[in-house]
Design a protein around this ligand. Structure first.
Ligand code: NAD
Ligand code: ZN
Ligand code: ZN
Length: 347
């Protein structure tokens, strides 16, 4: 099959590799209809997250069709259209039962093979999905694969950020970073009933999408914290979602949040210290939450939102490319060229 492999920092390669095979009775093979590039793939691409073996198939956002099922699989058969969360989960362990599927005792992240162990990704013709009965979710009738895959990562992550931050009826919410994750956090906050959602970025095309989906776009260069304070009698935002993953973004979130408010960090951080001092958290009675989204747990709630068509989420994809142009897709998304907001690859 054709696949996009991690080669070295700054380099992914389109090539041909052997087809994956079922390895466990609970596995299925999925023929990928659409696989997207995520901001998290960029951490690997840029060498910020390390440890991934060269030769790993990249990618963890995908939807497609079941083509082969293991003997132990009861819920799926060939021909079923499925979408996957970005990690597998068993559905039965302590964490899965608590809704924390991202911390499943048996869970694995797609597209992460380290020292020969782990799971290959989905930027390929075929992907092996372990724990398939508990991991995969059916794609609702009429929902395109590229839209469905959003529920498996960026929409679920935005939802997780918005709920963790306490976005809800009447809340003033600020979202730091209008990448796909931040944009989905905007939508989530609106769905949760936020009174107003401010969305921060420096890129006009991303701010435009935030506004299209109901946020007040704020350019980071225009003192956004002052704008938010002006709108809240000097207080600041009740709930801040940090969807970048850098010390600067953490400071930005801190500048925006009101005393007693919550910062939910869904950006993946690779620095060794939190950019807010314990004393600063104390002095403003802040809550700081972080972590990997439990996408599988959120998907049954999010797929109906996609099905409703309330948001034209196809607009998120600035680039639809064949898998063979994957290396160019990484470069465009990484350097944010050609107004690139998200890339979806179709094998
Ligand atoms: P992205 O790189 O496309 O988006 C980041 C955006 O933040 C860009 O638009 C950039 O211009 C903006 N930005 C950068 N610095 C900023 C600052 N100081 N203030 C405001 N905006 C700033 O990536 P994405 O796909 O949207 O992912 C965002 C983050 O979420 C990444 O760190 C990714 O790894 C992480 N992520 C986490 C989870 C999870 O489960 N927690 C899941 C998916 C992605
Ligand atoms: Zn992702
Ligand atoms: Zn589990």
């Amino acid at each position: 099959m054709q696949a996009l492999l991690f080669d070295a920092v700054g380099r992914v390669r389109h090539t041909t590799v052997p087809d994956p095979a079922l390895a466990d009775p609970g596995d299925v093979l999925v023929r990928v209809e659409a696989a997207a590039i995520c901001g998290s793939d960029l951490h690997i691409y840029n060498g910020l997250e390390t440890g991934l073996d060269a030769g790993t198939v990249m990618g963890h956002e995908f939807a497609g069709e079941v083509v082969e099922v293991g003997q132990g699989v009861t819920g799926w058969q060939p021909g079923d259209r499925v979408v996957s969360p970005f990690t597998t989960s068993c559905g039965a362990c302590f964490y899965c039962r608590a809704g924390l599927t991202s911390r499943c005792e048996r869970g694995e992240l797609f597209g992460w093979v380290e020292k020969g162990k782990g799971l290959h990704g989905a930027q390929a013709d075929l992907v092996r999905v372990p724990l398939a009965d508990a991991t995969l979710v059916r794609v609702p009738e009429g929902v395109p694969a590229e839209t469905a895959l959003l529920a498996g990562d960026v929409l679920a992550t935005g939802w997780f950020g918005a709920t963790s931050a306490g976005a809800g009826p009447g809340a003033v919410v600020a979202v730091v970073g209008c990448g796909p994750v931040g944009l989905m956090a905007v939508i989530a906050a609106r769905e949760l009933g936020a009174e107003v959602v401010f969305a921060l970025d420096a890129l006009p095309e991303r701010l435009a999408l935030a506004e299209r989906w109901g946020a007040v776009g704020l350019n980071v260069r225009d003192d956004p914290a002052a704008r938010v304070r002006d709108a809240t009698e000097g207080r600041g935002a009740d709930a801040v979602v940090e969807a970048v993953g850098s010390p600067q973004a953490t400071r930005q979130a801190f500048d925006l949040v009101r005393p007693g408010g919550t910062i939910a960090a869904v950006g993946v951080h690779t620095e060794s210290n939190l950019a807010i001092a314990p004393g600063e958290i104390y002095a403003r009675n802040l809550t700081y939450r972080a972590g990997r989204a439990s996408a599988r747990d959120a998907m049954p709630r999010l797929l109906p939102l996609l099905e409703s068509g309330r948001y034209d989420l196809g607009a998120l994809f600035s680039h639809r490319l064949p898998l063979s142009e994957g290396p160019r897709g990484y470069d465009l998304f990484n350097r944010k060229l050609e107004g690139c907001t998200k890339v979806v690859l179709a094998p």
